[in-house]
Design a protein around this ligand. Structure first.
Ligand SMILES: Cc1cc2nc3c(=O)[nH]c(=O)nc-3n(C[C@H](O)[C@H](O)[C@H](O)COP(=O)(O)OP(=O)(O)OC[C@H]3O[C@@H](n4cnc5c(N)ncnc54)[C@H](O)[C@@H]3O)c2cc1C
Length: 67
């Protein structure tokens, strides 16, 4: 739960920074786009965000939606 929430919040902050910089947000001159891509990989490994959501749903309800 901690990893899932932490990474989602960090990605939201990075997306806001990218938005504030406009076109510069995706250029290599600024670090926001690079940081955003890095966070997208963290969003995936050690179990994707979606899988963590499904696992939490399973723990809370006893129903495994992914089966
Ligand atoms: C930068 C990076 C570094 C990594 N380093 C390592 C490492 O050091 N060691 C290691 O072991 N692995 C590593 N990985 C692999 C990583 O753990 C896997 O990419 C991750 O677990 C997701 O597996 P997958 O890519 O096969 O996607 P899949 O499991 O195929 O998932 C694809 C999509 O389908 C969804 N999905 C999958 N199964 C279900 C289901 N049953 N029901 C509903 N939705 C589902 C997922 O949520 C996701 O959205 C790394 C990945 C990245 C990007």
């Amino acid at each position: 739960m901690a990893k899932r929430n932490n990474v989602e919040m960090a990605l939201n902050v990075a997306r806001t920074c990218r938005d504030m910089l406009g076109a510069n947000g995706v250029s290599l001159e600024y670090q926001t786009g690079r940081h955003l891509c890095n966070l997208e990989s963290v969003y995936t490994y050690e179990g994707t965000h979606d899988i963590h959501t499904l696992a939490i749903g399973h723990a809370l309800t006893g129903h495994a939606a992914y089966r």
